[in-house]
Every structure is written in structure tokens, then in C-alpha cells.
Design a protein around this ligand. Sequence first.
Ligand SMILES: Nc1ncnc2c1ncn2[C@@H]1O[C@H](COP(=O)(O)OP(=O)(O)OP(=O)(O)O)[C@@H](O)[C@H]1O
Length: 582
Amino acid sequence: MVERHHVEEIAEVLEGRASGRDSYVDASWRRCVELYGMDPTRSDPAHIVTETEFRIHRDQADWMIGAARSSLQGLFRQVTGQNYVLLLTDAKGVCVDFYGDDLLVDELRKAGLYLGSNWSEDLAGTCGVGACIVTGEPVTVHQDDHFGNAHTGLSCTSAPIYDSLGQLAAVLDISLLRSPAPKSSQNLAMSLVTAAARRVEMANLMAASRREWVLRFSTSPEFLDVDPEAAVSLDGAGRVIGATRAATRMLSGGKSLIGARIDTLLGLSVDDLPDLMRDRPTEDRVVALGDGGAVFGHAIAPQAPRRAPGQPIAPALRVRGGVLATLAGGDPAMARLLSQAERLAPTPVPLMLCGESGTGKTKLARAVHMASRRGGFVALDCAGADVEDLGAALSGQTGPGTLLLRRVEDLAPETARVLAGLLDAHPDMRPIATTGRVASELMAQGTLPPMLYHRLAGAVLALPPLRERQDLGWLIDRLLRRRDGGEMRLTPSARAELMARDWPGNLRALGNTLDVACALAETKVIDLPDLPAAPRSPAPEQDLEAVLDACNWNMARAARRLGVNRSTVLRRIRREGLRAPD
Ligand SMILES: Nc1ncnc2c1ncn2[C@@H]1O[C@H](COP(=O)(O)OP(=O)(O)OP(=O)(O)O)[C@@H](O)[C@H]1O
């Protein structure tokens, strides 16, 4: 009886009358007859692919099965005892993973709710998985919503899973062999299956983006770090290279985000991402949306590149990841320094960072602060700072924080005298000092009182000048990617010129040079004439011998006089073949 009524209802829909069911059901019925030539009176058994076909489908979906496993297990636990069965199908509708009650396996297998069954609409008729694949949306196909008589007892709720490029990759289905008559009985199943699909997309994006920045979003602060709603992955220039479906909806109303720059979608740029890392209070991590709304953001820094097999790295050189790992691209001295910085970061040890101007001391200090997971960050330029400025910087600081003292050699003597006492009064504030001088000279030459020096220089980290770094090429690429939307390229001769320069102004000068070059280049390609002239060395090279003579060939003194470091003097002596008088 029910069957006859079902066939009549399908005939009415074909004649153009609406059935009162969900519109995707009517549309699917029409496709079944008009497109696939199906007959609703037939009772075809479930379609099961062959062993060999199943192995191929399963192998191809292996990555998805792995990404989905923990979400599926969580979902199955939630519905335990309610006779639900979970199916994960690939984008063609073939079931590649299955969670169900062992006692029901025979019955489930017969109904096609099992591994290897093919639920594509052109074979199985109107069904949850099939309609989900066609519409790309979550659906519930309940009892006689199904087209074929064989399936009209089932209730199937299916949600699509998209890969990070926005392609349909799989379908997650939760089904019942027997269910209550009202379709609304499956509303809870619908919310469970869509939430699980969202988590699978998130897990998949995270697994694919270990070496990229990931920005996760939540509308409520309490779920931001534990169960965010949406996420994008970004390249170094801040362009979207992956997104979950929810992020595509949230940020562009469903239009693909791939290739879009984050600053065109949100009120932030790629340089702001460190401010959204977990060490910041959640309520400070608010991101403005293009439509005037706002969400909470959580940025996750790229992890360190994985080692090539057979290429061991000494434990001392290993930087596990996080923001510190983004500061260098394989320079051995930097790798050693960053590894030490990583281990010192969570401790309260005061740090002194030394190096020529523009070598990245301030940037390193910020990165150490982020890796330390301390709360507040206060920065103070020591030049011109008086006791009041110091007191003001420290007042109101509660809980563990970082006090950055920039160019500590410029501290006025009276400020230097009270600083040690102020630090003692704020034991939670970990000082990080930067200096352009060799650390030990600060005390030896009386620039800092010994007590203050010892209070600040718990560990000394010396940043190498740019001309000594072996990752100059990597740095050029990295800085270039951050400019003009990451589209600028260098001609080989322009690159060779940059690689050959001495860079007395270090990373700051490199950044400025690239800014000028990007502005002057008429196309997206920077050529030799677009590069500003290299700054002249502070001391002309022909003066070196005279300076050395004047300093009695004391390298350290000559280096100070020339405003360069000792290794530069040694390098020039070798290059010019100079010899100390006997
Ligand atoms: N590892 C890095 N990668 C990319 N850019 C960097 C890096 N380190 C520093 N920079 C950039 O170089 C410039 C100078 O860096 P920073 O201010 O940290 O140098 P500094 O050593 O503290 O300089 P100063 O001694 O003059 O205060 C900044 O624009 C910074 O963003």
C-alpha cells in the first residue's frame, strides 16, 4: 500500500507538483527518473563494489580516513546504544570507513550500510549520501524520501566534507535501519553530523598546514582554542592557501578564498598574526570581519621544516617550531642561537641580545616573549628614558610578563642606577635587554653598573650580522614575499647583486632596499636598475691599514674605530693581504 502511494507521489512530482518534502528530495526524484531512467517500483539490492575496486577507493581515501578517525570515534561514542551506524564515503559515494554495532552487521550489510557499498545517486537512487554529493549540502533523506523501495525503511543524514581547496572530498553519513516516523526525529543527528564534518575539515587543514600559518576562528571566546568553527592557512605573503568550508562562508559568503590576501578579507595583515597567538588573552584576539562583524582569532605559527631522511641534526641545533623557527632559514649560527632561545624562553632567565643595529634583536625579543607564554609585553627605548618612564612602564603590570629594554647601552647613569632595584621590585617581569655593543664590554667599560649588568645578562645571545649569515637568499625571498602581495620577483642579476652586498645596515637595510626596489620596479620583476645603490661602508676600505697602524694592530680597537665587528676586520685583512709590521 505504502509502495503504491510512494510511486504515485513520485509521479505527481514528475508532473510538476511539489510533494511538501524538502526540495532536494523532489529534485532528486526527478533526476532518478529523467536522468538515470530509474523505476521506483523496482527493489534493487545494495550496490557493493568488488574487493579490488574497494581497495582502490580505500587507498585513495586513506588520508581522509586518517584525518576523520578521531572525529568519527567521538561521534560514534555520542550515539552509542541508539543503533546508529556511521559511514564515511569518498566523493564518489563508496563507503570507505564504517562504525556500527557488531550485532547488526549482517542486517546492515544487506541494507548497504557497510564497507564497499556505493551510494552514488545514479546507482542507489535518492539517498542521503547521493543527495549530499549532488547538492554539496547536508541533507536528511528519511524513510520514503528514498526513491527505491529497497531503502524506504532507512533514515540517512549526511554532511559533506570539503578539502582545504574547497573540493568535495568525502561524505559523513549517520543512518538508522529503523527510525521514528517524524523526520524531525533526525534533527539532532543532523547537528551532530555537521559538527563532526566541520571537525574533520579542521583536522585535515591542520595536518596539511604544518609549515604554514593557520588562523582559526570562533564566534565565542571559550571555544576558540578547543573547538574553533573555521580556519584558513596562509602563505608567507598572507595569501589564503587553504580554508575550511565554514571559513569560506564566514569570510566571503561561500566564494572561494584561495589566493585572496588576508588583509582584503579581515582587518589584519600577516604581520599581525603573532598578536593572535595563544599567549595573548582571548579577549584581545578580536578580528574584524569585512561585513562589520567580529570573531575571535587564534594564529598558529608554522612548525619547523621536517628533516630530510638521513640528515641528522644535533640536538643542540634543533628548533621545534613556533614563531622562533620563522626567524632563520638554515644558517648554522642562527639555528644554534634559536635553539638556545627556545630552551631559555619558558624560563625566567634575563636575556641580553647583542648584535649590530638591524640584526633583528627586537624581533627576537618579541619571539622569545611569545614562546615564553607570558602575559604582558612592555618595551622601553633606553635612550632618553628617565626613572619616571621606567616606573610608568612597570606600573600596573600584574602576573608574568616581559620587559624589553632596547639599546640598554644608552641608559642614562641615574636611570641605570635605579633599574636593578626596580627589577627586584617586579620579580614577575622578565627583562630582555638589547645592545649594539659586545655584552661583556658594557660592564668592562663602565657603561652599566656591574650589579645591573649581572641582573640583565643572565644569558647572552649574539645575533650574527647579515653579511655572515648563510641564509641571505632565504631571507631575501621571505622579505620579498611580504611585499606587494608576494608577487614581486628578482631577475638573476638583481639577486646576485643583493647576495654580493655587505649589508652594514643588516636586515633593516635589506628590508628598506626591497621596499625601494618594489616601488621603483615598473613590473612585478625587480631588475638591477631598480635597486638603490649600496650604502657606502662607514669606513672606506683603503683606510684599513692606517686605522690598524693607529690602533697598534689591536683588532678589537680597530673594529670599534671602524664601527664594524672584529670578524669584518679580519676578513678585510685577509682580502687585502695586509700584514702586521714585525
Ligand atoms: N628574522 C627576520 N626575518 C625577517 N625580518 C626581520 C628578521 N629580523 C629582523 N627583521 C626586520 O629587520 C628590521 C630590524 O629588526 P629589529 O628592529 O629587530 O633589529 P634590532 O637589532 O633590534 O635593531 P636596533 O639595534 O637598531 O634596534 C625590522 O624591520 C624587522 O622586522
